[in-house]
Design a protein around this ligand. Structure first.
Ligand code: PGA
Length: 258
């Protein structure tokens, strides 16, 4: 049975009080839906909101994740947080290597690899973000870019269950631009990523790792994307800040599950 993940990446938006209001309204919408075991809904608020968010969602079918973490366990890394700190707050997921981190904070496939090791060894589930820039897509390098991001990022990463790792394919040209990959464009590269994951982790694990699409997914285009065989959900930025839009995407996943 296919598993879906609908994840909201809030980025650097909402004050803690506003974030709590948003979370409460998402929770009350979710409580009116019946969320099956094969649909996971996750919110990734800023670090300042995490403790309150975990408390506010206790007993609700909404998981909480962090948008970033450092790979070291502790030490002189001003401004950073560690996997252990997130784990201690009962945070379950962490985004690794979002393109904005790569673009503005110099993250590389190598630093992502260290973060992926740290997250998995602390039993945090990483959503590892990959995806090409517009120039790379226009040069038809998108498959090669994904290959390198997977090869270097996942170097020596060992998992025994598919649920220990999530991949998010997010073409940089589609993030926050309103320009979405078509379902066919997205499926083509998701199927490619699937083959690489099977090659890397074997058939039984590789075929089950969730591969999310991200980049201007919204209430209007979610159904077409989520219907694709290798698209297992979405990492949603802008539309995750509006309760109705986010719930509508959750409903699109529910419709696929049937
Ligand atoms: P967007 O962001 O939905 O606003 O394009 C997606 C993301 O960056 O994860």
């Amino acid at each position: 049975m296919k598993h879906y993940i609908i994840a909201g990446n809030w980025k650097m938006n909402t004050r803690p009080s506003e974030g709590l209001q948003l979370l409460n309204s998402i929770c009350s919408g979710l409580s009116e839906l019946s969320i099956p075991a094969n649909l996971k809904v996750i919110a990734f608020p800023p670090h300042t909101h995490l403790q309150g968010a975990v408390a506010a969602t206790s007993g609700i079918a909404l998981d909480i994740g962090a948008q970033n973490m450092h790979y070291e366990a502790a030490g002189a890394f001003t401004g950073e947080v560690s996997a252990d700190m997130l784990k201690d707050l009962d945070v379950e997921h962490v985004i690794i290597g979002h393109s904005e981190r790569r673009q503005y904070f110099n993250e590389t496939n190598e630093s992502c690899n260290r973060k992926l090791h740290a997250a998995i060894s602390h039993s945090l589930i990483p959503l590892y973000c990959i995806g090409e820039t517009l120039a790379e897509r226009e040069a038809e390098r998108h498959f090669a870019v994904a290959d390198e991001q997977l090869e270097v990022g996942l170097k020596n990463v060992n998992i025994s269950r598919s649920s220990q790792l999530v991949i998010a394919y997010e073409p940089v040209w589609a993030i926050g631009t309103g320009r979405t990959a078509s379902p066919q464009q997205a499926e083509e590269i998701h199927a490619h990523i699937r083959r690489r994951l099977i090659g890397r982790f074997g058939e039984s694990i590789g075929s089950e790792i969730s591969i999310l699409y991200g980049g201007s997914m919204n209430a209007a285009n979610a159904s077409g994307l989520l219907a694709q065989p290798n698209i297992d959900g979405g990492l949603i930025g802008g539309a995750s800040l509006k309760t109705a839009d986010f719930l509508s995407i959750v409903n699109s996943a529910l419709a696929q599950i049937g």
